[in-house]
Design a protein around this ligand. Structure first.
Ligand SMILES: [Zn+2]
Ligand SMILES: [Zn+2]
Length: 335
């Protein structure tokens, strides 16, 4: 499913089977989860990326063929995350911060991704997946889970954690945070009772409108929603010394706010992309915590419908495209 122009619908294209070179592997795609970043790529909000491009950066696949220098074998089940490649030579890469590499390439943006039956990936940047997760369940771990986990680490030790925006990432990270002993407060769009109920079901101790205060001050808050107006609201909800982590790749402008919201050593930071080390760490945690992943499975050919469901806030958990699956009405699967 190919994006040929920004804002255009995806086009189903038949292409010749590609051959893996050097470190590459050819994957038979088993599932590819849909992420809000895919919408930002469609809308051209990231200021980067090639066209035409196959979207999708939460790819679960089985190695069908391996290039001569590949570090994976035929038959291996692996995940392909957002970080497709980093140079390994720049100052940031050498400091263990390949997520910030200026030469990095990203899956489904700079190189073709997983809204496809077959995909090429650099085997050195593929991630081993934990046992106990089916293909469709494992796919959302690769971005919502993984980058959500990086955001959770940046939030530091937070016995009382707030999550703003309760979609794909939050429904997994609430479980990891609970597993670590935090009490989680979920904030949704004002009046979104369905999302608040979902948050409570997935393990939040409290759920309410993002415009209101939590019942007690938070140690940290993670903002998953792409709405800049949440930043001053979240700052107002954290205690002195607390941290607000912006986890999205794109956000609307942050409105100006009084210095008193930042005063008392509160901090705001963003989280960008992932390192391979994050992948290894998070998949170990996912194996231990056995995250319940809520998915809505759609056929590959319905990629546009999946994007539209996400755009209009009609997905509970994560939409996942599965090649070969038959179309069915909206429903959810969980383990
Ligand atoms: Zn680099
Ligand atoms: Zn993503």
């Amino acid at each position: 499913m190919v994006l040929r122009a920004r804002g255009a619908p995806l086009v189903l294209e038949e292409r010749p089977v590609p051959e893996p070179h050097a470190h590459q592997v050819l994957l038979r795609v088993a599932a590819c989860a849909v992420c809000r970043t895919d919408l930002h790529v469609v809308d051209g909000e990231l200021g980067r990326g090639v066209l035409p491009v196959v979207l999708g950066h939460q790819v679960v696949g089985n190695v069908a063929a391996a290039g001569p220098a590949a570090v994976l074998r035929v038959g291996d089940r692996v995940g392909v995350p957002w970080l497709a490649w980093a140079c390994g030579e720049c100052e940031l890469c050498r400091a263990g911060r390949e997520n910030l590499c200026a030469n990095a390439r990203f899956t489904g943006c700079d190189v073709d991704g997983g809204f496809a039956e077959l995909a090429l990936a650099d085997s050195r940047f593929c991630i081993r997946l934990p046992d106990g997760y089916g293909d469709a369940e494992a796919a959302p771990l690769l971005c919502g889970g993984l980058i959500g986990y990086r955001a959770l680490r940046m939030a530091g030790d937070a016995p009382r954690l707030g999550l703003y925006g309760f979609g794909s990432a939050a429904h997994m990270i609430v479980q990891v945070a609970r597993h670590r002993g935090s009490v989680v407060y979920a904030f949704t769009r004002a009046g979104d009772g369905a999302a608040q109920k979902f948050a409570l079901r997935m393990g939040a101790s409290w759920a309410g409108d993002s415009t209101g205060p939590p019942p007690e001050p938070l140690d940290a808050a993670i903002i998953f929603a792409p709405a800049g107006e949440l930043v001053p609201l979240a700052l107002g909800a954290v205690r002195p010394g607390g941290t607000v982590v912006c986890a999205g790749i794109h956000m609307s402008d942050i409105p100006s706010f009084p210095y008193s919201l930042l005063w008392e050593e509160r901090s705001i930071r963003s989280v960008a992309n992932l390192t391979r080390e994050d992948g290894v760490d998070f998949m170990r945690v996912a194996g231990e915590a056995r995250i319940e992943v809520e998915t809505e499975v759609l056929p590959l050919a319905e990629a546009d419908r999946a994007l539209d469901l996400l755009r209009t806030g009609r997905v509970r958990g994560t939409a996942v495209l599965v090649p070969g699956v038959r179309s069915r009405r909206a429903g959810t699967t969980s383990p």
